[in-house]
Design a protein around this ligand. Structure first.
Ligand code: ZN
Length: 418
C-alpha cells in the first residue's frame, strides 16, 4: 500500500520544456501532482473525489481514436465557465516524478445547467491525461459536481475469448475435460452478455506458448501469486497468434494465492492487447486460511463472467470496503445504475478489508470473493445478491446483468481497442 501511495498519490508532474502550447484565452496552469482519482469512460458512478480534483489533477483513462465529452454541473454562483486544460502523462523521470505535456485547452459549451467539453484522443495507445480547470489566469474556484466522461469509439461490439490453461488443472468434477469446460464457458458468456457477440472461444495451454512455454510446466498446479509473483500472469496476455492477439485473455489456474478470492481482473482495464491489465485470472479452487476448498464449475464460470464484467467496466453493485481502499475513493458507494439495487447492510458491515496486491497505472484490481465464508452476514438478504456484479458468490443462482449494465458494456466495447 505504501508503494501504491508513492507511485500514484504523490506523483509530481514535470512539464517538458518546449512542449507546452499557450492557449490565447488562458495561460496554461499545469497540475503539480496527479491524484489517485480516475475518471473512466461512461462510468455512471458519481465520484465526489474526482470532482474535488478536476480543477487541480484528476486522471482521465483514455483510449486511442475515441471521442470524449467531459461534463459537470455549472456552479450557479459564477457566470463564467472555466477552460479545461488537459495534460498527457509521459514516462517516469524517476520514482516520484513523471513528465507531462500540455495537449489541449478547451472552452466549455453550456447546456441545461452543465458544462460540456468535447475532444478526441489521438494517442497511439491507451493513455492517462490529467486535468486542470482555469479561469481568468487562475485555478477555477467554482464548485464542480457530477462529473462524467461520455465516450464513443470505433471498435466492435463483438469480441473473442482466449482461455489460457496454466499448469495442471483438475476440475471439481474430475471427469470434466478442458474442452467441455470451454464449451460451458462459451455458453455462459453468450447467455449473460446479451446483445454482445462472442465470436470465438479459443483454448490455449501455457506450456505450449511459443516463447514462454518452458516456464509453465504442464504437470504442476499453478498458484497465481506464488508460482509467479505476478498474480495476473499478464505475460501470457496478447497470445502471439494473429487471430488471438486481440482476444479477452482468461487465465485459468489451480488457485489464486489470496484468501477467498475466486477471480481477479482490473476494473475498466479494456486492454485486449497484452501486458499489464490484459488478463483476467480465475481459479478452480479457493484458497482459505487453512488450505483450500472446492469451487463448483458453475461458480468458476460465473466468476469468469463477473471478472470479465469488471474488465469491461462494470463495478460491484454495492462497493465493499476493499473496493474503496483499492481505489482510495470512499465516495463511490455503488455502481450508479438505476436498475441495479444497492445493499446498504453490506456496505455498513465493514467486511473484507484486504491488502493491495499490486496495481496498474490504468486501472485498479477488482475481484470476486466468497463472502459467505468470511462473515456472519447473510448475503442473500441483499436486494442485489442475484446480480452477477454482486461482490460475492452466494450459493444461489444469479439472474445475470441488468439492461443498463449490458448497455454500458456495449458502449465500452466501442471504446476499448480490440
Ligand atoms: Zn468483483
Amino acid at each position: 500500500m505504501k508503494k501504491f501511495f508513492s507511485l500514484i498519490f504523490l506523483v509530481n508532474l514535470v512539464m517538458l520544456l518546449g512542449c507546452s502550447e499557450v492557449d490565447p484565452g488562458e495561460p496554461v496552469l499545469q497540475p503539480s501532482f496527479m491524484s489517485p482519482y480516475v475518471l473512466f469512460p461512461n462510468d455512471p458512478a458519481i465520484s465526489d473525489s474526482v470532482a474535488a480534483y478536476l480543477t487541480s489533477g484528476a486522471v482521465l483513462s483514455l483510449h486511442p481514436g475515441v471521442s470524449y465529452t467531459l461534463s459537470f454541473d455549472k456552479d450557479s454562483s459564477l457566470d463564467e465557465a472555466p477552460v479545461l486544460q488537459l495534460f498527457r502523462v509521459g514516462g517516469a523521470l524517476d520514482d516520484q516524478r513523471y513528465s507531462i505535456r500540455h495537449v489541449r485547452s478547451l472552452d466549455a459549451v453550456e447546456k441545461d445547467g452543465r458544462y460540456y467539453y468535447d475532444f478526441v484522443c489521438e494517442e497511439n495507445d491507451r493513455a492517462r491525461w490529467v486535468t486542470t480547470l482555469a479561469l481568468n489566469g487562475d485555478f477555477y474556484t467554482g464548485n464542480v459536481k457530477n462529473v462524467r466522461l461520455d465516450a464513443e469509439g470505433p471498435y466492435s461490439k463483438n469480441f473473442s475469448i482466449n482461455l489460457i490453461v496454466v499448469g495442471k488443472v483438475v476440475f471439481p468434477d474430475s471427469s470434466m475435460t478442458v474442452q467441455a469446460f470451454a464449451d460451458s464457458m462459451l455458453k455462459s458468456f453468450r447467455k449473460f452478455f446479451k446483445g454482445i457477440g462472442i465470436d470465438t472461444l479459443y483454448v490455449r495451454y501455457a506450456h505450449e506458448h511459443p516463447d514462454l512455454g518452458k516456464k509453465y510446466p504442464a504437470d504442476e498446479p499453478w498458484l497465481a501469486g506464488r508460482s509467479s509473483d505476478d498474480l495476473f500472469v499478464s505475460e501470457l496476455g496478447g497470445w502471439p497468434e494473429k487471430e488471438l492477439k486481440k482476444s479477452l485473455d482468461l487465465v485459468l489456474v489451480h488457485r489464486i494465492e489470496a484468501d477467498h478470492v475466486l477471480g481477479y481482473s482490473y476494473l475498466y482495464s479494456g486492454n485486449f492487447g497484452g501486458g499489464e491489465g490484459s488478463t483476467v485470472v480465475i481459479g478452480t479452487r479457493e484458497k482459505t486460511p487453512y488450505g483450500e476448498s472446492e469451487v463448483t464449475v458453475g461458480e468458476i464460470l460465473e466468476t469468469a463472467v463477473h471478472e470479465s464484467g469488471h474488465f469491461l467496466g462494470l463495478r460491484h453493485t454495492t462497493s465493499t470496503r476493499s473496493d474503496m481502499s483499492e481505489t482510495m475513493d470512499y465516495s463511490v458507494l455503488e455502481d450508479g445504475f438505476t436498475d441495479t439495487p444497492f445493499c446498504r447492510d453490506l456496505l455498513l458491515s465493514g467486511l473484507l478489508k484486504k491488502n493491495s496486491v499490486g496495481h496498474s497505472d490504468f486501472a485498479v484490481p477488482a475481484y470476486r470473493l466468497d463472502l459467505a465464508a468470511a462473515a456472519d452476514f447473510s448475503v442473500t438478504d441483499c436486494p442485489d445478491h442475484r446480480n452477477l456484479m454482486f461482490p460475492s458468490v452466494t450459493g444461489e443462482e444469479f439472474e445475470g446483468f441488468s439492461e443498463q449494465q449490458l448497455e454500458h458494456v456495449r458502449k465500452n466495447l466501442t471504446v476499448f481497442p480490440h
